[in-house]
Write a protein that binds this ligand. Structure first.
Ligand code: CO
Length: 147
């Protein structure tokens, strides 16, 4: 395999590298999901949050330096409620923690990735922004910034 420089074009010099923040999983049955991830796999449940604007309750399980984010719909008409109705439970999105959300969003948008709306408050008070999977190789991509 041809190894390329780790420094990518357009990346800010000296900026801290992004890391995996969490993987979001849409769940229809939270008790079953907690049984699997917490009770059988041994992940620690570190918090639960409500995001009424998105119609979800989130359950955060520590997974190394990252988290597993269980997404439970509180509104069947919200994005997770609709996702479950259409596709059933499963992996919903992958979230990268970046040092500068606005600069990263600008770089992605300039390269043709389509943001879904404007940056907003996600679970745990993070600033988040999603990008449409049709423009990111089929992955619903979230970038988040922790202040
Ligand atoms: Co997320």
């Amino acid at each position: 395999m041809n190894r390329r420089s780790a420094k990518s074009e357009g990346m800010p010099k000296g900026g801290s590298a992004p890391r995996l923040d969490h993987v979001g999983v849409a769940v229809a049955d939270v008790a079953a999901a907690l049984r699997l991830y917490r009770d059988l796999l041994g992940l620690e449940l570190v918090g639960t949050d409500e995001v009424p604007e998105q119609g979800i309750r989130t359950h955060h399980l520590k997974l190394g330096e990252a988290e597993l984010e269980l997404l439970e719909p509180t509104d069947p008409e919200g994005p997770i409620g609709k996702f479950l109705a259409k596709r059933g439970p499963g992996i919903h999105h992958v979230a990268f923690r970046v040092a500068d959300l606005d600069a990263t969003a600008k770089r992605l948008a300039a390269a043709g990735c389509t943001p879904l709306g404007e940056p907003s408050r996600g679970a745990q008070g993070k600033r988040i922004l999603f990008f449409h999977p049709a423009t990111t190789g089929g992955v619903l991509l979230e970038i988040c910034e922790v202040r």
